[in-house]
Design a binder for this molecule. Structure first.
Ligand code: GRG
Length: 296
């Protein structure tokens, strides 16, 4: 199947599943469902769920079985974006081309919408573990990887290091460490969870995790480049925000040209780690290349 068709179909399945996940019941807490859906259904690229589905596909599994876990990851990612935009964090008014959650619903509701999505993620994954067709032990292992990657030793840890950037990030190595947690950890666990659920053996698991680490850093460098070279329309949020906020980024240490070369280098390394899978990993391979070509 052509890659464009493949990725479109996967993303459509994610949209469909997510859109049915949080029914807006007519009860006194209805506004929380609206606030959660507002951000969840605001047109993200759905990269993390598609990565999980791509890794799972290598082992021959069926999309429907992995979909709840993939969507759980997108819920966690969306919660992190809502909280990242809050006045106490990056204080951004726009996200995914529309008002950020707290700008639309107010700060307290924005915080709760993020919290609600985090809980909904694990509710979704646990329900799938209990009611789905996949081996329960694999499900628990995958959910455990997802949980730890989004916690204090993963995404939240990375966010903290980022917040104290000028104290904690003084070298490229420091920056890569911060990125490996803030952005890399949930990209890695998306791929890792797909592999675990698919039944990867130890070597296969290792290769896929290495692939994810490499695309994670490439993705973040690309994000730093786009903050300078893209447009507000394409990004769906203000450009130049890293410089405006005096952020330490990859471009603090390297030129744009060198950063672009580094994206290619990390992507090449990612592709190498898929070699053992041959043609079975062709979509994951194309996904890695697609990430380097993205403009938002
Ligand atoms: C607040 C707990 C907490 C964590 C925040 C991930 C994160 C940590 C903040 C998001 C801000 C940011 C720019 C992170 C870098 C990773 C990144 C590029 C996120 C955007 O991901 P995309 O491009 O977004 O996949 P879409 O909208 O397409 O889903």
């Amino acid at each position: 199947m052509e890659f464009e068709v493949w990725i479109k179909k996967k993303a459509e399945k994610v949209e469909e599943y997510l859109s049915a996940s949080i029914p807006e019941e007519d009860n006194p807490q209805r506004v929380i469902y609206e606030a959660m859906n507002y951000s969840l259904m605001s047109g993200g690229k759905r990269l993390r769920p598609v990565l999980m589905m791509g890794a799972y596909e290598i082992f021959g599994g069926n999309d429907d079985d992995v979909l709840p876990f993939a969507c759980a990851m997108e819920m966690i990612h969306t919660y992190s974006l809502i909280h990242d935009d809050l006045p106490a964090m990056d204080n951004d008014d726009y996200r995914r081309g529309r008002l950020s959650n707290h700008k639309k619903f107010g700060e307290a509701t924005g915080i709760l919408a993020g919290d609600g999505l985090l809980n909904k993620a694990f509710e979704t994954g646990l329900e799938a573990a209990l009611k789905g067709r996949l081996d329960l032990r694999r499900c628990v292992k995958a959910l455990s990887a997802i949980a730890s990657s989004s916690g204090a030793d993963g995404m939240i840890g990375g966010q903290i290091v980022d917040m104290y950037g000028h104290e904690k990030v003084n070298s490229l190595e420091d920056l890569k460490y911060m990125y490996s947690l803030k952005t890399g950890a949930i990209i890695k666990s998306s791929v890792a969870a797909g592999a675990i659920l698919g039944g990867a053996d130890e070597e296969q698991q290792k290769c896929l995790e290495l692939f994810a680490e490499k695309i994670g850093i490439a993705f973040q460098i690309e994000d730093d480049i786009l903050d300078v070279t893209s447009t507000r329309e394409k990004l769906g949020k203000a450009i130049g925000s890293d410089i405006a906020n005096d952020k330490v980024t990859y471009l603090t240490f390297k030129s744009i040209e060198q950063s672009m070369k580094d994206v290619e280098q990390f992507t090449d390394e990612a592709l190498k780690s898929l070699e053992i899978f041959g043609d079975k990993a062709k979509h994951l391979r194309e996904l890695a290349l697609y990430l380097t070509r993205r403009d938002h």
